[in-house]
Design a protein around this ligand. Structure first.
Ligand code: AHM
Ligand code: MG
Length: 333
């Protein structure tokens, strides 16, 4: 019997990779199981949203002052409950929560801290456009016994032990940056299992798409405007196509698979831009760098940005290695 004839499920794949770490306790596999389960539950609700009562706004604003969609709230609750039940998480930070959730280590030390944007791109929900969940996992740095703390969450993205996202699109895909590379798993809805569909993703150094909200052009600095204008109408290179979904997770997923560049730069009056370091830009930076691409603020690698607060923002430029290098050259020349 050819055992390789059937592609691996997510858990088969992770269990196999964990065998390379003799000191592994199984806690990481338990965590990935929790993340997978939570994204499957969210995926089911996103797909059925138009039929039920989960469309629309709650009437509340979150810590960022943004309106909260019902599905944002559902996705946040699902992530928090599912990760808490794994027993391996000591602290949780979320776009939807002003302060972190600190969890006790009930039976054994909980070695991981997790940050997430439970439903990224939520302004796209009501119009049936792709949305997603983005997450980053740090190893705990607080004493292993007792309750986790803010220090477990406020770590530079270079310290991430795993980063990933699920896109709820024409299919649901979970993409994970693990120690051995970046891998994509497509949800088989009949089985309820994620199946390895995109092993060892590598982003092409140069792509044919560029992606940014050009509606903000008038707010960009001169340097950013000059760089992005050159992607729009290249002086020396073939023309490219513009793509902009307005869900980071969808724009990043396309860029990772097809190549190109995505930018949400800072603005003259808002130098840090819109996207959040710890649960949007940081995980994306880990995914892109591990897939052979690059991620920068325009001044420094995103992976090296030291967080000060849970909801810090940062400019973000991600893409293929050559495309990001070209952006940096255009900005700084
Ligand atoms: P959200 O996390 O509240 O959905 O906001 C973040 C989203 C990103 O998904 C996307 O890249 C960006 O905001 C789009 O912003 P804009 O509408 O300014 O282009
Ligand atoms: Mg978001």
């Amino acid at each position: 019997m050819d055992l390789n004839a059937r592609p691996a499920t997510l858990i088969e794949f992770v269990t196999k990779t964990q065998r390379n770490f003799p000191q592994a306790t199984g806690a990481f596999t338990t965590l990935v199981e929790g993340l997978a389960l939570a994204t499957k539950i969210i995926s089911r609700e996103v797909n059925a949203a138009g039929l039920g009562s989960l469309l629309g706004l709650t009437g509340r604003r979150n810590i960022q002052g943004e309106t909260v969609a019902r599905l944002d709230e559902f996705a946040n609750d699902t992530m928090v409950k599912t990760l808490t039940r794994t027993g391996v998480v000591c602290a949780i930070g979320s776009e939807e929560l002003a302060v972190p959730i600190r969890l006790p280590s009930d039976h054994e030390p909980a070695p991981y801290a997790v940050l997430f944007d439970p439903l990224d791109g939520s302004s796209n929900i009501d119009v049936a456009v792709s949305v997603g969940t983005i997450f980053g996992v740090y190893r705990r740095v607080s004493p292993p016994e007792g309750i986790g703390g803010l220090e477990d969450l406020l770590q530079p993205p270079r310290k991430l032990v795993c980063a990933g996202y699920a896109v709820y699109g024409s299919s649901t895909i979970l993409v994970l940056a693990l120690a051995n590379g970046v891998h994509g798993f497509t949800l088989d809805p009949a089985l309820g299992e994620y199946i390895l569909s995109h092993p060892d993703i590598k982003i092409p150094p140069k792509g044919k798409y560029y992606s940014a909200n050009f509606g903000n052009r008038g707010k960009w600095t001169q340097e950013v405007e000059r760089a992005l204008a050159d992607f729009e109408q290249p002086a020396t290179e073939p023309a490219r196509s513009l793509r902009y979904v307005g869900s980071l997770v969808a724009d990043a997923h396309r860029t990772l698979l097809k190549g190109g560049i995505f930018a949400y730069p800072g603005e003259r009056d808002k130098p840090k831009g819109k996207l959040r370091l710890l649960y949007e830009a940081g995980p994306m930076a880990m995914l892109f760098e591990r897939a052979g691409g690059a991620a920068t603020t325009g001044e420094a690698p995103i992976l090296d940005v030291e967080p000060v607060g849970l909801h810090d923002r940062t400019p973000l430029v991600i893409g293929g290695a050559d495309d990001v290098a070209r952006y940096l050259k255009l900005v700084h020349d």
